[in-house]
Design a protein around this ligand. Structure first.
Ligand code: WTA
Length: 654
């Protein structure tokens, strides 16, 4: 990590896009004046402001005695109130003025092989009630942890909602993780039951989920029950007395299961993130505050309307899927599209087929996906009408302006606002984002805090940075969706997030704020380099590299250098059809010097077939740093998607 941080930020983006007045008029937050009022309301009294949203966007069985109990770093929101997440996502859409939603699509699902299912809110009610009863029959009690290791099928959402219905705490493990990661997580969570499937589909292949679970829990006798969904249909080993089939368990079971009246601070889920050290961190979220945060942000940021068909392409196994495929969307009574498989199966047009087939209106994806679509070529997108789309979003990393402009032009046809949403698993929901009907956007900036969120950028001494001066991004006031801890490890929770600055939440991200008050996230602070006394953000150099027409993707890392301290090494993959000429390396070095300044000129450019990425599409800079320095790779590589890519890079150095 940087020992001092005066990040020199050189990205200067001039293009701006005002909300279209016709769009704004229809928006849930209709224009600048309404936005200004919301900001003022939040500044005046942020607790009362969030309490208003809690009343408007969440149904409670009984009210709170206190809005916030804040004993840093431990927050309790809506203290003493009772609610239930599955009730909010399902039952309340079957009652009162919304009762007509019983036959509205809650989930529109498409499997990779092309199979399709639609579940209405009425269907979801039956399925969730049934599976909640199955969990109970298998001994699951309030507070017990249930591990879910499943493909992206409706049953994953059903199992999550069934847990919340009875107050069990789910911990979802993304289906791409290996047996070792499953074992660590099951153990850390102290789970006695795992729900999985025989397999899932990915690029035409079966991902052998059940087999992975077997390997993981072979030496964990405490796991007494595994419920297996039949998805792919191949034979899987079932261990007698421990493993049972989902379809047999649910047969003849009553769909009626009353939602438990849970305390607002009752644990809702644990989600493990890799963390930079080996041991995974179990991020803990609770009920009332989290639901308030995700329901409110989804309503305003995705501008959800009764007739929207919303599609977030994230897997439910990531926080984005928890908050904005399932909870935030269903809480609004909106329709959520889910797609099980890869974007390039059977070909690179799958996403656009899905958008046109269901007439998706709101589309939320990641910059890495957008850059991949760019590489596949805009012809693939232009073949489709995409006329239903009205709003686009991104999350996961800083989006380089080139990708932003491409997204706007090729996918949004210059018609759809883009919301670049900054947040983390720890924050529960979105914290910094434009509001689509109210905030002018500019490519590469997540713009302003969501009203009620109070970020600040501090230097090493804890003083606020000047405009455009880079520093550490912190959040100065508690918010409803904030993590409540690291499961079983309060010490690590304090150290990781609350020790750099007293009582302020430290995000681990570097950022700057421009003179207009817009935030520019520069990535994790460990991705900042000190080059000859200058602090440079790897993200900005990457963005400059990608702005060259030959480059599809770029990753920049530092390599120890005797003279400069750090030398800049750029790894790039090229656009389809571009040849890896020797002169190109020099051309790219000069290009960066022109775009940012000579200080940022890479000392070395390495051309690769593809860059090593985590399962969620983030480039693994840690590995590339080792490659650049000629070191052996160490540490946890379970999140690495493609080892062959790494091998290819290594041979490139010989
Ligand atoms: C980065 C996703 C810039 C950031 C919810 C954060 C972003 C980490 C953005 C968390 C964005 C996420 N602009 N950077 N819009 N969104 N990040 O675990 O560094 O996938 O701390 O959670 O991604 O990523 P994660």
């Amino acid at each position: 990590m940087a020992d001092e941080i005066a990040i020199e930020s050189s990205l200067r983006e001039k293009r701006r896009f005002k909300p279209d007045p016709a769009w704004s008029r229809r928006a849930n937050l209709p224009g600048k004046a309404a936005y200004g009022r919301m900001v003022k309301e939040a500044e005046k009294n942020f607790q009362r402001y969030w309490a208003r949203h809690a009343r408007e966007n969440v149904s409670w069985f009984s009210p709170w005695k206190k809005i916030l109990d804040w004993k840093p770093p431990f927050a309790k929101w809506f203290v003493g109130a009772k609610t239930n997440v599955s009730y909010n996502c399902i039952d309340r859409h079957l009652e009162g003025p919304n009762a007509w939603r019983r036959n509205k699509a809650a989930i529109i699902w498409e499997g990779e092989p092309g199979d399709r299912r639609v579940l209405t809110f009425g269907d979801l009610h039956r399925e969730v009630g049934t599976f909640a009863n199955v969990l109970k029959a298998n001994g699951v009690k309030k507070g017990d942890r249930v591990v879910l290791y499943m493909p992206l099928v409706p049953e994953l959402a059903i199992a999550m909602l069934a847990c919340t219905r009875i107050g069990a705490v789910h911990s979802i493990i993304f289906g791409g993780f290996s047996a070792d990661s499953i074992r660590d997580r099951v153990q850390d969570a102290g789970a006695k039951i795992v729900v999985t499937a025989d397999g899932g589909w990915r690029r035409g292949q079966i991902v052998p989920l059940k087999k992975m679970v077997n390997d993981a829990i072979r030496k964990l006798p405490e796991v007494g029950r595994v419920i297996v969904l039949r998805r792919t249909g191949q034979d899987v080993p079932m261990r007698k007395g421990r493993d049972v089939w989902w379809h047999e368990q649910t047969e003849g079971v009553s769909p009626e299961c009353k939602p438990a009246k849970l305390d607002s601070e009752h644990p809702l889920f644990i989600l493990y993130t890799s963390g930079s050290t080996g041991k995974p961190k179990g991020i803990l979220h609770t009920t009332g505050g989290y639901l308030t945060h995700v329901a409110t942000t989804a309503r305003y940021i995705f501008d959800l309307k009764e007739d929207d068909t919303y599609w977030c392409t994230a897997d439910i196994g990531w926080i984005t899927g928890h908050s904005y495929v399932v909870y935030g969307i269903l809480a609004n009574g909106a329709t959520s599209v889910m797609y099980e498989g890869a974007p390039n199966w059977p070909d690179e047009e799958r996403f656009w087929q899905i958008v046109d087939r269901y007439r998706v209106t709101v589309f939320y994806t990641a910059p890495t996906a957008i850059r991949t679509f760019m590489r596949w070529g805009e012809k693939r997108v232009k073949k489709y009408s995409l006329s239903s789309l009205r709003l686009l979003g991104t999350v996961g990393e800083p989006i380089n302006p080139e990708a932003w402009m491409w997204y706007r032009r090729v996918v949004g046809r210059n018609r759809c606002p883009i919301v670049d949403t900054w947040w983390q698993p720890e924050t529960g929901g979105i914290l910094i984002t434009p509001l689509p009907g109210a905030v002018e956007t500019t490519p590469g900036s997540a713009t302003r805090p969501f009203p009620g969120i109070f970020p600040e950028i501090l230097n090493e001494q804890g003083e606020p940075c000047r405009p455009d001066e880079g520093g550490y991004l912190v959040i100065t006031k508690p918010w409803p969706g904030m993590l409540r801890g690291i499961y079983g490890d309060p010490k690590r929770f304090r150290e990781q997030y609350w020790s750099k600055y007293k009582d302020l939440y430290f995000t681990g991200d570097g950022a700057r704020r421009d003179a207009r008050g817009y935030f520019w996230i520069m990535g994790r602070v460990d991705d900042v380099m000190n080059v000859a006394g200058h602090r440079l953000s790897t993200m900005e150099i990457e963005s400059a590299l990608v702005s060259h027409r030959s480059v599809a993707e770029a990753a920049v890392v530092g390599r120890p250098d005797e003279i400069k301290g750090t030398a800049v090494v750029g790894f790039v993959s090229l656009e389809g059809g571009v040849e890896a000429r020797e002169e190109l390396r020099d051309e790219l070095r000069q290009h960066v010097a022109r775009e940012i300044g000579p200080v940022a000129r890479p000392d070395e450019i390495r051309i690769a077939a593809g860059l090593p990425k985590t399962r969620s599409g983030k480039i693994m800079r840690r590995l590339l740093r080792d490659v650049a320095a000629g070191r052996e790779t160490t540490g946890d590589t379970t999140t690495l998607e493609d080892f062959s890519v790494l091998a290819a890079l290594r041979s490139d150095e010989d």
